[in-house]
Write a protein that binds this ligand. Structure first.
Ligand code: K1U
Ligand code: ZN
Length: 170
């Protein structure tokens, strides 16, 4: 297992559409192991393969809190097959967009279909942080970042704030 570098904006690969995985084999499992280690080290609660420079439809996630046992989840070729009309706001962050956090409104429940670590097909419903995080990660697979939902004015303000913070940090 290895910790890989996480790409940050404005890396052009973050805008690229990820391609479906053809086979769930040991090479793919090694990639997912590296992704999980990279995500834990960051630290984060989710990571899409494209964030470490591999444009494949693969996501890892662990939503367990610090006082719980790790609960890694692996999503290969994930699809959202249903989304609720009801939406909910959540303050999101992104390892590829350092120091920016903002409220994004998304469907509060989604139904997912994906292949797991063993390559078995799973269908399940997600809500709460699970629904927020999987939608954020699925956006990465489409080359979309959470800040793309914000107005140009809000984005400009947040970027200026981020640059000031980074200058002050040295
Ligand atoms: O995709 C990413 O860059 C990971 C991102 C996932 C995410 C967070 C919040 C809402 C939607 C999606 C992160 O993990 S940002 C870091 C973070 O949320 C966190 C870090 C340490 C402890 C708890 C949370
Ligand atoms: Zn992200």
């Amino acid at each position: 297992m290895a910790i890989r570098e996480i790409l940050v904006v404005p890396d052009p690969l973050l805008k690229q559409k990820s391609l479906p995985v053809a086979a769930v084999d040991d090479d793919l499992r090694a990639l997912m192991d590296d992704m999980l280690e990279t995500m834990y080290a960051a630290p984060g609660i989710g990571l899409a393969a494209v964030q470490i420079g591999v444009a494949k439809r693969v996501i890892v996630m662990d939503l367990a809190s610090s006082d719980e046992e790790p609960a890694p989840q692996y999503f290969i070729n994930p699809q959202i097959v249903w989304a609720s009309d009801e939406t909910e706001p959540y303050e999101e962050g992104c390892l590829s967009v350092p120091d920016i956090y903002d409220e994004i409104e998304r469907p509060s429940k989604v139904k997912l279909r994906y292949l797991n670590y063993q390559g078995e097909q799973v269908e399940e419903e997600a809500e709460g942080l699970y629904a927020v995080c999987i939608q954020h990660e699925m956006d990465h697979l489409a080359g979309k970042l959470f800040v793309d939902y914000l107005s140009p004015l809000k984005r400009a303000r947040l970027t200026a704030k981020q640059r000031k913070k980074q200058r002050l940090a040295g």
